[in-house]
Design a protein around this ligand. Structure first.
Ligand code: SAH
Length: 508
């Protein structure tokens, strides 16, 4: 059997966007991923489905898997001919025991590559607004561990040189010894008023940064409850933060939103919120399922040439349509000559992805808007195919029929309540970690209501509800809840903009 290979990859400090392109490529073709506590587990989604994922995380003071077992695991899996991705927080060769793992692999004749990562100290500085070197105040930098091996104490550090010979100091794993670090530096001549920043969970929306001096910081850390993981940055450069901070100034920084749409559809929404500094948690309250019976849609597709118009109102409907065409050995050519009406820009995009350009995109996304656009061009004697969700308002179908048109409306998908998620939602709402919940359709709220039952009002008491548009808002209000925000146009892009505006207001 051909030998496998191990890739020691730096996962970066937390923000998934800080993984290198080369690291990403390795993850994408991994057979096995072995990952640590500080490597963001979100990155695992880049590995192919079915990849073996092994957590060997260490939490402070507790090694869940001893280092020699990790070493052996790497050798074993690579020995089975596998491509092994060893994903380590930050950079593998900065306080990451990457050197020990690589040496073990070399001794066992296993080929390896090392792909550097953005180390926590550099990332923390960047995201806290601290240039680590600045020609006006310092030209040198040291990275240190504040947590030495048990057989050596911190006193083995050359405090005299550190205090007087180097400008900026970054301590990793230094929180337990923070007081000692500061007092040693002062004792060896560093001014007590030297600024210090402690950055916890750097680059993630839960990042917290505390600034003090060598004299004050250790007390402030206790008072503010800042715990590991955190890096400590010491030196005059810390003063630049006041002018250069940018991350924790973002409009949605520190806010946490619960997104309730299906995961695939929540992705770009989540990304937009994250770009504004927010943390997002996606627990869908709806799931898209196939209709109980495909026959009605399949029958309609067999007679496509009898229709004048095809009305598509969601990306799910578009997906079903093209999937069933393909199942029946048909393709887009069967749509030739049919007018295609797309409701909403996302639906239009979904259609265009299949190489088909919609003919009509009504401005108003609701059934009323579609109807107005269709009536304007005349419906009498025309046949409409409307592959729809299982539950829809009857307005469109009834009004077209009343005006002399024929609507064939087979069910193309159903929205169902997911089996999972209820417990997690209850826990999150109960722990008051969520600032607001975003609803993108009536069913996302209806299902939440069904999940929470009698506890709905008590669990939502401190959580804001954001709605995509008037119909969703009406559903929320029908259950006696308040809608804190509804954008002027019913798109997710507009909801993001409205959320930013909302939190820029002083009392929100
Ligand atoms: N190889 C890693 C360091 C591992 S040692 C790297 O290059 O970043 C673990 C220490 O790294 C933690 O105790 C903490 O000091 C620091 N650390 C890692 N991730 C961090 C983060 N997101 N925010 C702040 N400190 C972090």
């Amino acid at each position: 059997m051909s030998k496998g290979k191990v890739y020691l990859i730096g996962a970066g400090p937390g923000d998934p966007g800080l993984l290198t392109l080369k690291g990403r490529e390795c993850l994408e073709r991994a057979d096995v991923v072995i990952y640590d506590y500080l490597a963001n587990p979100v990155l695992l989604a880049l590995a192919p489905q079915g990849t073996e994922q092994i957590y060997v995380g260490k939490t402070r003071g507790k090694h869940s898997i001893p280092q020699d077992e990790i070493n052996q695991l790497l050798v074993d899996r690579a020995g089975q001919g596998k491509q092994v991705t060893r994903l380590k927080g930050g950079d593998p060769y900065i306080f990451g025991r990457g050197g020990e793992e690589a040496a073990f692999l070399r001794r066992h004749g296993i080929p390896f590559e090392v792909i550097p990562g953005v180390t926590a100290g550099f990332a923390a500085a960047a995201y806290a607004g601290i240039p680590l070197t600045h020609r006006d105040v310092t030209t040198s930098l040291a990275m240190l561990t504040g947590h030495e091996r048990p057989d050596r104490s911190l006193s083995s550090l050359d405090w005299d040189k550190l205090a007087n010979g180097i400008g900026t100091l970054i301590f990793y794993m230094g929180m337990t010894n923070l007081k000692l670090i500061c007092s040693e530096l002062i004792r060896h001549g560093r001014p007590a008023e030297t600024p210090v920043a402690v950055v916890q969970w750097a680059t993630l929306p839960r990042q917290r940064t505390l600034v003090g001096t060598l004299e004050t910081i250790s007390e402030a850390v206790v008072k503010n409850g800042i715990e590991p993981p955190a890096v400590i940055i010491i030196g005059e450069v810390v003063r630049y933060r006041e002018e250069l901070r940018w991350y924790d100034n973002l409009p949605l920084f520190g806010r946490c939103f619960l997104l309730t749409r299906p995961r695939e559809q929540a992705d770009s929404f989540a990304r937009q919120l994250q770009q504004q500094g927010a943390e997002t948690i996606c627990i869908p309250t709806i799931e898209i399922a196939p209709p109980e019976d495909w026959q009605p849609l399949d029958n309609a597709l067999q007679q496509l040439d009898t229709f004048d118009s095809l009305i598509l109102t969601s990306a799910n409907g578009v997906d079903s349509l093209f999937t069933r065409l393909s199942v029946q050995q048909l393709d887009v050519r069967s749509l030739a000559g049919i007018q295609i009406v797309a409701v909403g820009s996302k639906t239009a995009q979904a259609i265009e992805q299949h190489g088909v350009r919609p003919d009509l995109i009504p401005q108003d996304f609701r059934a009323e808007g579609i109807l107005e656009a269709l009536l304007a061009q005349g419906v009498d004697g025309k046949r409409f195919l409307y592959p729809r969700a299982e539950v829809v308002r009857p307005l469109l179908m009834e009004s077209i029929s009343a005006a002399g048109g024929t609507v064939i409306a087979p069910v193309a998908y159903r929205t169902i309540r997911p089996a999972k998620g209820e417990e997690m939602i209850r826990h999150l709402l109960g722990s008051k970690e969520i600032d607001a919940i975003c609803f993108s359709s009536s069913s996302t709220f209806d299902n939440l209501q069904a999940m929470l039952g009698d506890d709905l009002h008590s669990l939502l008491a401190d959580t804001k509800l954001f709605s995509i548009g008037p119909l969703t808002s009406a559903t929320i209000r029908k259950h006696g809840c308040d809608v804190a925000l509804e954008p002027e146009t019913s798109t997710l892009d507009d909801l993001v903009t409205a959320m930013v505006g909302y939190y820029l207001k002083p009392n929100n």
